[in-house]
Write a protein that binds this ligand. Structure first.
Ligand code: SAM
Length: 279
């Protein structure tokens, strides 16, 4: 769809406030904020933020990045909260569409990349259904930041011919129904999002499907942030390595993780207890 295609079309049942008042329609930009380090924001994301009138953001987006929007831009957190009302995805979709139809420049700011486990696709569909222009601006997804921080390439000649991004958390809170035999193939990196609490079950499924329990594995918590932590283990030791860790964490399983730096030197001995290093 061209950038202007769909602008100003009203979805059935929606009141087109911007048009009703003679305003130009606004638009929604789904912007990837990256994994946390503000320097990992793209220039395009920065420009979008600087032009925003409304910023609807997740909890993982740090204040330094939110501060890049104009001081008078409205900032709305739709972070999941334990104690207060959390916005349902349908409410977020409606909010984005309504602001755009008011004629506003809306930035939907998400951690990492908006289309990697970020529900950006649903927001895009909602905008399209309402005839609101919607553009996606990619961001550095957590798996890339985790591999980079640890000095462990997600693909590596002779050790990782493929990388697969999976979620470790199904909608019902259980381990998702993944294609375990294909994830268990050797020379392949599996990057697991939202897998800290299900790490043990994921490891069991991978090993039951044939992945070697000695496969090097890495957990990176808060990748690219000041409190980043990296814990290395074997696949068989992944559950023990995950114990006691908290925060957004990426699990990386694969032969190339033997290159991860979890201490001063390169990581070579993944047998035995988990090793930990602070960034
Ligand atoms: C809802 S998903 C969003 C992923 C995001 N769209 C992306 O592309 O990185 C949230 C999960 O991403 C991972 N994550 C996000 N930021 C992270 C970070 N800085 N370090 C490690 N993992 C992170 C964690 O697995 C977290 O539970």
């Amino acid at each position: 769809m061209s950038k202007s295609a769909g602008r100003g079309k009203a979805a059935t049942g929606l009141v087109v406030l911007g048009e009703a008042r003679g305003r130009a329609p606004g638009r929604v930009r789904l912007v990837g904020a990256g994994p946390g380090d503000p320097e990992l924001l793209t220039l395009k994301a920065l420009k979008a933020l600087q032009a925003a009138q409304v910023v609807v953001h997740d909890g993982l987006v740090p204040d330094e990045i939110l501060a890049l929007a104009p001081a008078d831009a409205r900032r709305i957190s739709v972070a999941k909260r334990k104690s207060r009302h959390s916005y349902a995805q349908s409410e977020i979709n409606r909010m984005l569409v309504a602001f755009a139809l008011e004629g506003l420049e809306v930035v939907r700011l998400k951690g990492g990349d908006p289309f990697i486990f970020g529900r950006g696709g649903e927001e895009l569909e909602a905008c399209r259904a309402a005839g609101v222009e919607c553009e996606a601006i990619p961001g550095v997804t957590a798996a890339l930041a985790a591999g980079a921080s640890a000095g462990a390439p997600l693909t590596h000649r002779g050790a990782a011919q493929a990388v697969t991004f999976v979620t470790g958390h199904a909608a019902d809170g259980q381990v998702p129904d993944l294609d375990w035999p294909s994830l268990a193939r050797a020379n392949h990196t599996v990057a697991i999002y939202m897998g800290l609490t299900t790490a043990g079950l994921i490891a069991e499924r991978l090993m039951a499907a044939g992945r070697d329990g000695a496969t090097p594995s890495l957990i990176v918590v808060d990748a690219s942030r000041p409190h980043e932590r990296r814990v290395a283990s074997t696949l068989a030791g992944l559950a023990a390595a995950a114990q006691g860790l908290e925060g957004p964490a990426l699990l990386l399983v694969g032969e190339a993780m033997a290159l991860a730096q979890v201490d001063a030197g390169a990581y070579g001995g993944y047998e035995g207890a988990a090793m930990e290093a602070k960034a």
